[in-house]
Ligand binder design. Structure first.
Ligand SMILES: *[C@@H]1O[C@H](CO)[C@@H](O)[C@H](O)[C@H]1NC(C)=O
Ligand SMILES: *[C@@H]1O[C@H](CO)[C@@H](O)[C@H](O)[C@H]1NC(C)=O
Ligand SMILES: *[C@@H]1O[C@H](CO)[C@@H](O)[C@H](O)[C@H]1NC(C)=O
Ligand SMILES: *[C@@H]1O[C@H](CO)[C@@H](O)[C@H](O)[C@H]1NC(C)=O
Ligand SMILES: *[C@@H]1O[C@H](CO)[C@@H](O)[C@H](O)[C@H]1NC(C)=O
Ligand SMILES: *[C@@H]1O[C@H](CO)[C@@H](O)[C@H](O)[C@H]1NC(C)=O
Length: 350
């Protein structure tokens, strides 16, 4: 989309709602200290003196935008003591190379808006290295041309806002960059995908090359252990006992040409997160004896293909079993129409 149009839409959406009483009501409910409230929104040389620099909890709907004429050092010093933000952050169209001026920030408690970092075309990393908790309906990092890393290694406590709207069901993390070097670390993905109420389907990119020495229980496929990087293929000659310890796969799971009747051999598998272009997260094919398609502990699957879980050419009766298909769909919190598919049809079309 054209940059200017994106910007106009974003700003219009915010302008109409943030000046409503919503935000002041929210600050009241959150017991904001007026001395620690910054309501100018736009931070620039005109407003920086009003920023409550000594407060560790700040209430603000903070906007750092095109008109921000401050240096990264000035911002760093303004935010030095801020650990908890009640409200929101919107970093848009800035020239900054890093967002690390907010590196001390530990938690964000949003009202109804997504945290957004957009159109920062010089920015290489978000750099919120101490950010641990967000309670927001969304966190969007998009349309930043040169972004190569999130550098948000500690964000793991992801919850819904305290006062969500009725239609808000989960927190959507939408991380994307136009740079082909953009990557997400496996530690970041593990933090995201294991959070309770999360949707990472719209995050795109690839994994950064993993540093195995960082992680005790990580191994590279075809080695198998608790956390496997790369695709896991279960075929006719696979020793199913070797699969038992896997909890998370940073890649796809392929079960192809076996005699298995159920997935009880995947007794610890909880998460599958693949980033390979167009590849499904779980592919189950040519298993004529398969009868039960529920996974003992599987909680979430993400893939860069909307058909996240695909069953093909297994026991032909499976494709008639609408209840099992929907059971699997519900167990994984899938709300789209596409997945799982059995012999090319999604659950409700069987
Ligand atoms: C705040 O910033 C936005 C874009 O960054 C700009 O459109 C708006 O005019 C600014 N508002 C004020 C009061 O300066
Ligand atoms: C981040 O947290 C660590 C550990 O609590 C602390 O030492 C460091 O100063 C914090 N970083 C910033 C930029 O505040
Ligand atoms: C997680 O975030 C929520 C909401 O911000 C907060 O109340 C809770 O204390 C946090 N938990 C941890 C372990 O940081
Ligand atoms: C699967 O079952 C068939 C028929 O019983 C048998 O011939 C084949 O060897 C089995 N394959 C495996 C991998 O156990
Ligand atoms: C499954 O095995 C068949 C036969 O070996 C092969 O043609 C097919 O590509 C495999 N499917 C996947 C998804 O690997
Ligand atoms: C299918 O497998 C699940 C767990 O793996 C189990 O809880 C369930 O009872 C099985 N269903 C049938 C009909 O055997």
């Amino acid at each position: 989309m054209n940059e200017k149009i994106v910007l106009v839409l974003l700003l219009a959406a915010r302008t109409f709602s943030t000046f409503s009483t919503d935000l002041s009501e929210f600050f009241e409910k959150k017991h904001c200290d007026p001395k620690c409230t910054f309501d100018s929104r736009n931070l620039s040389s005109k407003t920086i003196d009003l920023f409550p620099k000594t407060c560790s909890t700040v209430c603000s709907d903070l906007q750092i935008g095109e008109d921000c004429d401050l240096t990264e050092a000035q911002l760093t010093s303004a935010f030095l003591n801020m650990k908890r933000l009640i409200g929101n952050i919107f970093v848009v169209s800035t020239k900054f190379r890093s967002g690390s001026f907010l590196a001390g920030l530990e938690s964000i408690e949003c009202n109804n808006f997504d945290v957004m970092w957009v159109l920062n075309n010089q920015m290489l990393e978000i750099g919120l290295t101490n950010l641990t908790s967000i309670s927001c309906v969304g966190f969007q990092v998009t349309e930043n041309k040169k972004l190569v890393r999130l550098n948000m290694p500690n964000l793991k406590n992801i919850t819904m806002p305290e006062f969500p709207k009725p239609n808000d069901k989960n927190t959507k993390l939408k991380f994307h960059s136009e740079s082909s070097d953009f990557c997400i670390t496996i530690e970041e993905m593990e933090n995201f995908i294991t959070a309770n109420v999360i949707n990472v389907d719209e995050t795109s990119g690839k994994y950064c090359a993993p540093v195995t020495t960082n992680e005790k229980n990580l191994c590279m496929s075809p080695s198998l252990c608790q956390k496997v990087f790369g695709d896991v293929e279960v075929g006719p000659n696979t020793n199913l006992d070797s699969i038992k310890m896997i909890e998370i796969i940073f890649g796809s799971l392929i079960i192809n040409g076996t005699n298995v009747t159920d997935f009880n051999f995947l007794e610890n598998l909880k998460y599958v997160a693949s980033f390979t272009a167009d590849k499904s997260g779980i592919i189950v094919e040519n298993n004529p004896n398969l009868q039960n398609i529920s996974f003992p502990k599987l909680k979430r699957v993400r893939a860069s293909n909307p058909a996240t879980i695909v069953f093909d050419k297994n026991n032909k009766y499976l494709s008639l079993d609408v209840d099992s298909c929907n059971g699997l769909k519900n167990a994984l919190g899938i709300t789209t129409d596409w997945s799982p598919t059995i012999d090319g049809n999604d659950c409700c079309k069987q």
